[in-house]
Design a protein around this ligand. Structure first.
Ligand code: LMR
Length: 400
């Protein structure tokens, strides 16, 4: 038994966190996983989260009973309105199916299973590059995964032409995965005008859209602006899947809290889709965990807590932007070869540095600066104490 099982490599992202934890170096810098760190290199618990938890503990009506298969009703409504907007026409028409999920990854997996079961797409298209887990999730759900152009090395920007040319070749019925905002790993998003152009083009194609929204609040610093793409596609009449994560924007990484929204043609179809999605969930994990849903639901339903959360989220985004500027200042002061302006123009949690795999190895092995081998660094691992050190590591990696 088990003799044929081959050793798998560590996960390219979560494996980095393990390597970082095991590294005894006092100089080590954690720029691997996309998880926020304070300027003191510590995880952050939002004030609103602490307050919501206090209230939950004191609430005698809260118990530890199972949630329904589709999750906590108040959370589902509030999460849906946060991402689709409270004036979403599809919501008003009863066309949106919502299920609470195990954060973004759990949402993507259940969404991919639903997509396969209900629509049986010939293939799933992901951006090139994309978050590595997209490939695995859609493959494990039984789909062939292909990619469309996205990143243009020469401009360190969006390859819109290449993207549309690749999607023009997509077989009828394909599912197209789009990052709603703060593209992971490139930090490059289409502008609203470019989103409109993508929508005009996709309207001519027989494809299903699948939005992954893991960074609402991190791209423009405004929750509504960051939902522009999703909301405008739905207003144009697109039916779609939306995977929504609360890991980053509420800092509830380990609570595994997110949602899956499926926008269908009408109320009747939605009822059927929900009934089938529930069977998939029941056979996967039965029903979702409660604590994260209670926290988010409290925050989003209480104006003062919501305001506190939004303000702190703005501070978090601002610290990331400050570090982008600081890092480029240090790189410039050290006269590191190359143009580093993309570190400032890229948005969200990451910078797609352009470092080669060998340079990344040097960053990790020699300098204990943990990052992804594709050149992605999480800007949140950088702080005022280590930014000069990271710049020296980059200089050494680029020059040697
Ligand atoms: C990341 O890209 O670092 C995050 O989305 C965390 C993860 O689950 O990979």
């Amino acid at each position: 038994k088990f003799g044929e099982v081959k050793l798998a490599p560590p996960d390219p992202i979560l494996g980095m966190s393990v390597a970082f934890r095991n590294d005894p170096s006092p100089d080590k810098v954690d720029m691997g996983v996309g998880a926020y760190r304070t300027n003191e290199a510590k995880p952050l618990i939002f004030q609103a989260v602490r307050e919501a938890e206090r209230r939950i503990l004191d609430d005698p009506t809260i118990n530890k009973e199972y949630l329904p298969i589709e999750g906590l009703d108040s959370f589902n409504r509030l999460a849906r309105d946060l991402i689709l907007g409270s004036d979403c026409p599809a919501t008003a028409e009863g066309r949106v199916v919502t299920l609470q999920t195990l954060s973004g990854t759990g949402s993507l997996r259940i969404g991919a299973e639903c997509c396969k079961a209900f629509l049986n797409p010939p293939c799933a298209y992901v951006s090139r590059p994309t978050w590595g887990n997209h490939n695995t999730i859609f493959e494990k759900a039984g789909m062939q995964v292909k990619s469309y152009a996205y990143w243009k090395e020469s401009t360190r920007g969006l390859d819109l032409e290449g993207m549309l040319a690749d999607l023009a070749e997509a077989p009828a019925g394909s599912v197209v995965i789009l990052h709603a905002c703060a593209h992971n790993p490139t930090g490059v998003d289409p502008s609203p005008a470019q989103w409109d152009q993508i929508a005009d083009f996709l309207a001519t194609k027989d494809v299903t859209l699948y939005f992954d929204s893991a960074y609402q609040g991190f791209a423009t610093g405004d929750l509504d602006n960051d939902a522009y793409a999703i909301r405008s596609f739905i207003r144009r009449g697109f039916q779609c899947f939306v995977s929504q994560s609360f890991a980053k924007n509420t800092g509830l990484y380990g609570e595994r809290i997110g949602a899956l929204h499926i926008v269908t043609a009408n109320r009747e179809t939605s009822e059927k889709v929900l009934s089938q999605a529930k069977i998939i969930v029941r056979a996967s994990y039965s029903n979702p965990p409660k604590h994260g849903a209670l926290i988010v639901s409290r925050i989003l339903s209480d104006p003062a807590l919501k305001e506190s959360w939004i303000n702190e989220l703005k501070d978090v985004s601002k610290r990331i932007i400050d570090m982008r500027h600081k890092l480029v200042e240090e790189l410039t002061a050290l006269a590191v070869p190359g143009d580093w302006s993309h570190v400032i123009t890229q948005i969200g949690m990451f910078s797609f540095t352009g470092l080669t795999p060998a340079q990344c190895e040097n960053m990790i092995n020699k300098w204990h600066c943990y990052m992804l081998k594709n050149g992605r660094i999480s800007m949140t691992g950088i702080n005022t104490s280590n930014v000069a050190y990271v710049a020296r590591a980059i200089k050494d990696s680029v020059e040697n």
